[in-house]
Design a binder for this molecule. Sequence first.
Ligand code: ZN
Length: 191
Amino acid sequence: MIEEAELKSYLSTSGAFLEGHFRLSSGLHSPNYVQCAQALKNPVWAGKMGAALAAAWKGPGPDLILSPAMGGLIIGHEVARAFGVDFIFTERENSVMTLRRGFSLPKGARLLIVEDVITTGKSTLETSASAAAAGAETVGALSVINRMGEKTLPFPFISLLKLDLTAYRPENCPLCRDGVPVLKPGSRIFA
Ligand SMILES: [Zn+2]
C-alpha cells in the first residue's frame, strides 16, 4: 500500500514527473512530462509499486504476468514477484506485438497485463490480442500511472495513480504565449 501523496512526491523527486514546458512526442505542448522509467530505476521503489499493484488487484489470481516491452518490463517483473508467478513480455516485430525469445502462453492461462503508464490503451489491447491468439485470457490490466482520462479497457483496470495532464496545440499553448522556452524532443529526457 502506497499513499497517493507519498507516490506523487516520489514521482517528482525521482524525476519521473516533471513540471515546465515540454513538447510531447505527439507534437502537443504540456506543462508536465512523465517518464516512469525514472521512478522504476530504484529497485526498492519498483518492488514497492509492484507489491502495491498486486495487493490492489481483487480479481482472479493470475497464472502469469505479461507486459509489452519496454515500458512494462520492470514493473511487470515486480508484480510477478509479488504474485509468485512467471513474467514474460511481448515485443513489436514488424510493428506487430509478438511473443519472442521462446516465450509461450499455456492455453487457458489467466493473465494480468502490467505496464508503467497506460495512455491510449493501444499497447495493452495489442498485448491482450496476442495473448488471445495463443488461447490465453486477459483477466485485467495494472499500471503505475493511468493517463487514460475517460477511456476504458474491455477488462478490469487498476492503477496506483490517475494523472489528468493538460496538453495544448502549440498555437494555443499558454506557455508559448508567455515566452517560456520549450524543451525539445532532442533533449535527454525524451530519449
Ligand atoms: Zn508551448
